[in-house]
Design a protein around this ligand. Structure first.
Ligand SMILES: NC(=O)c1ccc[n+]([C@@H]2O[C@H](COP(=O)([O-])OP(=O)(O)OC[C@H]3O[C@@H](n4cnc5c(N)ncnc54)[C@H](OP(=O)(O)O)[C@@H]3O)[C@@H](O)[C@H]2O)c1
Length: 281
């Protein structure tokens, strides 16, 4: 695989580059991540937090400057309900949910200059506690796009274990991906990860650093960081990877990005991994 400014070897293959909160820097930062070997890119059709069209620009620029092609990239984006958007909606809010999904999806294709999406996620459920009829309608609309060959894998984000089991039961095309926030004090979202493992669903984790700042202040954690001469971020990401979590990183600082993907440069013992897994729980 061609690298323009590469991080050595295949260090990025287990990672997803996240494009949230980059505003006018989205294109430049996404291009930098691509040049450094990231091949899985996460975005959303939600201007409140993402500039999906700038991700599309970065991809066009990247394809123009090297031999990497669209099919070498895994492109992931999301349908977001109006209650998690600002006023800049990618669909007509008065349309029914199925039409909103379809309008949002085709606008994503347009933004990303592509005719298919590798993974399409329902950004969150309609209500936090249960699966609503809106979710079933949205999922069915996503299934229809899948059946027409526009999408390779369907997924869902910000979901509890109970909700995941319900949607899994309902779905004709089963969720292949879950993307959740990962807190050490919930045993790193253990119940959802367990379900994912059992059902063969890929588990993607975000906020792995920002949700776990308390962990980095723990004395036992600090001792492990010192022992292996890694950074706190590297220890957290290594533990996440060893737990089978596919991590997202959206670092804007290139040194952070390189530091993160090099988190395995010294491997922690199984004993220390287990110790960290149990801290804060
Ligand atoms: N599905 C959802 O609802 C949802 C929600 C949130 C996020 N996401 C996805 O997940 C992606 C990643 O988001 P995230 O919340 O995990 O946060 P992140 O964007 O990876 O990083 C959060 C913060 O950590 C800092 N950081 C990164 N690496 C560091 C290091 N080695 N040392 C010190 N600080 C470091 C970053 O600083 P710098 O930027 O200065 O490097 C940034 O301030 C997003 O871009 C988005 O694609 C999805």
């Amino acid at each position: 695989m061609q690298l323009l400014e590469g991080i050595k070897s295949d260090l990025t293959s287990n990672w997803i580059y996240g494009t949230a909160w980059k505003e006018e820097k989205t294109s430049e930062l996404t291009l930098t991540a691509l040049k450094h070997g990231f091949r899985v890119i996460d975005t959303a059709n939600q201007l409140k937090h993402y500039v999906e069209s700038a991700v599309g620009n970065a991809l066009l620029n990247f394809f123009n400057m090297c031999s990497v092609k669209r099919e070498d990239i895994v492109l992931q984006t999301k349908f977001t309900y109006a209650n998690s958007q600002d006023k800049r909606l990618p669909y007509d809010n008065k349309a029914n949910i199925a039409d909103q999904v379809e309008q949002s999806f085709f606008s994503s294709l347009d933004h990303l200059n592509t005719n298919y999406i590798d993974s399409y996620l329902l950004h969150s459920t309609f209500n936090t506690n249960d699966i609503a009829t809106e979710d079933l309608e949205a999922w069915q609309a996503m299934e229809n796009l899948y059946k027409k060959g526009y999408i390779k894998r369907l997924g869902i984000s910000n979901i509890s274990n109970k909700q995941l089991l319900k949607i899994y039961d309902y779905a004709e095309i089963k969720p292949a991906i879950v993307q959740n926030r990962c807190y050490a004090h919930t045993s790193w979202n253990a119940s959802v990860r367990y379900t994912c493992k059992k059902l063969g669903i890929e588990y993607q984790g975000f906020s792995i650093l920002s949700a776990n700042l308390r962990l980095t202040r723990n004395i036992e954690f600090k001792n492990i960081v010192q022992k292996y001469k890694l950074t706190p971020a590297q220890v957290i990401y290594q533990v996440a990877l060893k737990m089978g979590i596919k991590p997202l990183t959206g670092a804007c600082n290139l040194d952070h990005l390189i530091e993160n993907v090099n988190c395995m440069k010294t491997e922690l013992s199984n004993e220390d991994i287990k110790k960290i897994e149990k801290l804060m729980t």
